[in-house]
Every structure is written in C-alpha cells, then in structure tokens.
Design a protein around this ligand. Structure first.
Ligand code: GLP
Length: 262
C-alpha cells in the first residue's frame, strides 16, 4: 500500500487529478470505478483542468459508479447520476453509453443489483477504483458489519451516514434511507484502488486502515489491507492520528510500502 500524505484538500485534489489523468493516458480503454461525495469533487476538477490543457482520448473509457440512492431519479439534483453529470461527465463530455450507475428507480432493486454486477463482469471488470470513505469507515455505501464477501446489493444507510449526507439535502427527512451499492467483494476485485480522505472526521477511519493491523467488518475500509495495489492519498487533518507512525514507517510496512511526502 502506498500512502501519500499531502497538506490539504487542494493538494490531495491535484495529486488525484494527475493520477487519474496518467491512468487514462496510459490506457485509453480503461474502466474506472468512480465515487461521489464531497471528497472527489476537487480530484474531478483537477482531471478536467488537465484534460482541457492536454486533451485525453475519452471515447473508449468506461465508468462504473459505486452507488446510487434508491428512490431518486437521475434528474434529481441529489442523485449520484446528477452529481456525476455535473462534476465530471458533463465537462468531460462522457456519454451515458459509457458511464454506468445503478438505477435507483428500478422497480426491482435486487434484480438491478444483479444486472449491475453482470455488467461490470461483461465489461471486463474495473481497472482503477476511486474511493472515498465515510467517517465510520464505510466504502461505497457498505456500512460497518457488511460482510466482506458482499456483492452489489441494496443497503440500509445508518444514522451517522444519513446525518453526514443531509448537508446536500434541504432537510434530513429528504435523505433516502436505502441505496444500491457495489459490494465489498465487488470493490476488492478492482485491479487497482485509489482512496482519498481529507479532514479530521476521517482520522479515525485512517487510523483503523493504516495503524491498526486488524482487518474487521466493523471498519469496512480495513479490507483494503488485503488488496495488492492500493494508493491512499490523505491530507494532514485526516492523518493527524498517524503522522508519527508514517514518519517511522517511511520504509517497508508489512507487505506494502508507505511513501510519505509533503
Ligand atoms: C457517501 C458515499 C461514499 C463516500 C462517503 C464520504 O456516503 N456513498 O462513496 O465516500 O459517503 O463522503 P464525503 O466524501 O462527502 O465525506
């Protein structure tokens, strides 16, 4: 695991934007797994900036999003369909034929989960998965205690996630209680993973991932210790509980390597 600690949100976004730019440049047929939330917005902006300066060939990329709220139509401003269009697909002119998200208004959500899993397989799997993390360690919408073997499924959001995401809605009552999310196993099958975390609210989750040796379903993000190719880009606020440790482990750490940079 490579860990890059940067100063703040802006530096995290620049590192991330450059990382994605390089990945697409190297492989114009890439299949990207994409995340929503506040964390990757800056990363997407930095990718767009770089693309505008030195255009990438984007017509052959494919994208799969991690999740979507159940009950929100794609045109609802709080849906992840809308978010992706606004923050990435619109500016990059990525067409809906190459960008997949779970359908939150499917009449049979369970069937929709199976269809989504099949589609990921049919397209050859995910090359690089972008992840954020919830303050309780959730990845996608896989809340604590979700089995590590889970695949795309209907999930119930926990109180803290509903509260955290309420900032995007007019009131907390409007936050959907359920979502369709790629499962943890689905995420782990990506060939490479890049995780972003910024702000103090993510510090405990980063401690569980980077300092605690336990891999536990109580902290879904800890499963990433088992993945062979993970890069973690975090800012100082998210890493404040582990800074000393990162200084000490500036060499080998278990099977991975910590890279500390500022
Ligand atoms: C949301 C999303 C996750 C995201 C996380 C963190 O619930 N489903 O994919 O990583 O919460 O969100 P934020 O980046 O806004 O802190």
């Amino acid at each position: 695991m490579n860990v890059i600690v940067v100063k703040d949100y802006q530096e995290m976004s620049q590192e991330g934007g450059q990382f994605l730019y390089n990945q697409i440049k190297e492989n114009p047929n890439i299949t990207l797994g994409l995340a929503t939330g506040g964390t990757p917005i800056g990363v997407y902006q930095e990718l767009i900036k770089r693309h505008k300066k030195n255009p990438l060939q984007l017509s052959d990329i494919t994208t799969f999003n991690l999740d979507e709220y159940i009950g929100l139509s794609p045109v609802s401003p709080n849906s992840y369909h809308y978010y992706m269009k606004q923050h990435l697909f619109g500016p990059l002119r990525i067409s809906s034929e190459q960008a997949y998200l779970p359908n939150g208004t499917a009449t049979n959500p369970e069937e929709e989960c199976n269809r989504y899993e099949r589609l990921i397989k049919e397209k050859g799997g995910i090359d690089v998965q972008v992840l954020g993390v919830g303050s309780n360690g959730h990845i996608g919408f896989n809340e604590p205690t979700t089995p590590f073997c889970s695949r795309t499924q209907v999930v119930e959001l926990v109180k803290s996630t509903i509260e955290a995401n309420a900032r995007y809605f007019d009131s907390i009552e409007e936050v959907p209680r359920r979502a369709i999310s790629m499962g943890i196993q689905t995420i782990m099958e990506a060939r490479e993973i890049i995780l972003f975390a910024n702000g103090e609210s993510k510090a405990e989750a980063m401690y569980q991932l980077l300092a605690n040796t336990k891999v536990t379903e109580n902290w879904p993000v800890t499963i990433l210790k088992k993945h062979p190719k993970v890069t973690v880009i975090i800012d100082e606020a998210a890493s404040h509980k582990i800074l000393n440790l990162l200084y000490n482990y500036n060499k080998e750490y278990e099977e991975g390597q910590y890279l500390y940079s500022r």
